[in-house]
Design a protein around this ligand. Structure first.
Ligand code: SF4
Ligand code: SF4
Length: 440
């Protein structure tokens, strides 16, 4: 019977690994729906961006208080989960605190450090929950931002609650463990870590309990902690918190071009060159692809990875001049809509097979003309994003489709296009009148 917990642990671990890998492969397949986009040049610069922005979270510190709290949660959660290694070994081998024997007093030092971090994570998550639900920071409020309605709002609260509960379980487990050590109950007598710095304050609250009750609490907290982490790993792949992982590749493959530099369309450039006589028309012109993007399959794989990397922090939206002046546009919504579209495609695949195609399109069913036309192309959203997401690039592609494929530009834009064509400037003056203003 000693082996039963080990078998249960192995089964839980294997099931988690299966669910996570299945989901990761599905997300990879979805991202690869996007078109080819070369993002492997200048590797040193890319690595630097990744270290500064994903690992160092540089842009988060433009809002310093939130930046520090977020960094604490991030580092705390990663470091504390190093302890996961010990839990997994204990779970598989049926040992108890397997590293304590090897590391001696250093083990106590490390666990003390983890407990301080755990307390920091707990406090930071509580502050984040207060900001969202009690202080009601404007950019998270569904009443003002429709993309924060329903699941988006709930998701943030679920993950914050989960982190608080997991850290509490970790501290409670340590407190019960310490009391069992002092009472020399069973194998707890073999490991003497002493009281830890935070759980040492919880231990007196449990000291009146019987040995059996403490054993139950210690085991319950241990299983709850590890199963909670397994659940968290699966949940992550369905949540905006996937950015914990995707922030790294997303910043590595981020756009290195200066902001505002337009990405020319090769088919159009070629056509212009042929018209100007600086390129030869091909003998067998291939089929010209769609101009711009109507659906996610017309976007690049990087646009689609951006959608999965979005943290829904709303920094882009809060600095968007269109949004600030009450227009329908929110760059965060552009990203969440793109992700929703991808998730709908996935659901269709899972139900009807990978050949399934529905009738919906990103432009029209998810994002409206009003939204994309409100963009001033100022690049503020691109500048603000902590993980190098580029909502403007998606907006441009959708606009290109509306204007170049469907000729559905607003009337004022059509006049401008005409002026560009005939006067080589957006205004209605001919080129020879251009210096009139300087005559005097
Ligand atoms: S580029 Fe467009 S979407 Fe981005 S901040 Fe400027 S107006 Fe808003
Ligand atoms: S696009 Fe960037 S700035 Fe905007 S919500 Fe997503 S992560 Fe935040």
């Amino acid at each position: 019977m000693q082996i039963v917990p080990q078998i249960l642990f192995l089964a839980a671990l294997a099931f988690t690994a299966y669910l996570v890998s299945r989901r990761v492969l599905l997300i990879r397949r979805t991202i690869l729906l996007g078109k080819e986009d070369q993002r492997t040049d200048r590797p040193a610069e890319r690595l630097r961006n990744m270290l500064l922005l994903a690992f160092g979270q540089k842009r988060m510190f433009t809002r310093p208080v939130v930046g520090v709290l977020h960094f604490l949660v991030y580092i705390g959660f990663i470091l504390i989960n190093i302890e996961l290694l010990e839990i997994v070994i204990d779970g598989l081998l049926g040992t108890h605190r397997v590293f304590a024997g090897f590391l001696g007093s250093f083990y106590t030092f490390v666990l003390n450090f983890f407990e301080i971090l755990a307390f920091g994570v707990l406090a930071a998550c509580a502050i984040f929950m207060i900001r969202r639900n009690i202080v009601k920071v404007e950019r998270f409020q569904p009443e003002r931002h429709p993309e924060m309605k329903g699941w988006a709002f709930l998701d943030a609260n679920i993950i914050l609650t989960m982190e608080i509960v997991l850290m509490t379980a970790f501290l409670t487990m340590n407190a019960a463990d310490y009391l069992l050590q002092t009472r020399e109950v069973g194998h707890f007598a073999e490991v003497k870590t002493g009281a830890f710095v935070i759980s040492g304050f919880i231990a007196p609250l449990l000291s009146g309990l019987s040995d059996t009750a403490l054993l139950v609490i210690e085991r319950f907290a241990w299983w709850f902690h590890i199963l909670g982490i397994f659940f968290f790993m699966v949940y992550l792949t369905y949540s905006k918190h996937l950015h914990i992982v995707l922030a790294f590749p997303n910043t590595y493959f981020g756009d290195l071009k200066p902001k505002g530099e337009m990405r020319n369309m090769p088919a159009v450039s070629e056509e212009v060159k042929i018209m100007l006589g600086i390129a030869q028309a091909p003998e067998n012109p291939g089929e010209v692809g769609r101009f711009g993007a109507k659906d996610v399959t017309d976007l690049s794989w990087k646009n689609l990875m951006d959608a999965y990397s979005c943290t829904e922090c709303g920094r882009c939206t809060s600095s968007c001049p269109a949004n600030q002046t009450g227009k329908a546009l929110s760059p965060r919504k552009i990203m969440t809509d793109t992700r929703d579209r991808l998730e709908d495609i996935q659901r269709g695949w899972l139900k009807n097979g990978y050949d399934y195609q529905d009738e919906k399109t990103l432009l029209g069913d998810y994002i409206s003309d009003e939204e994309i036309l409100a963009c001033t192309s100022c690049n503020a959203c691109v500048q603000e994003c902590p993980v190098m997401i580029n909502p403007l690039s998606i907006i441009f592609e959708l606009r290109r489709f509306r204007v170049m494929e469907e000729s559905k530009a607003p009337q004022s834009w059509n006049m401008m296009f005409q002026n560009l064509e005939t006067n080589m400037a957006p205004w209605k003056f001919s080129p020879d009148q251009r210096m009139e203003w300087a005559r005097e």
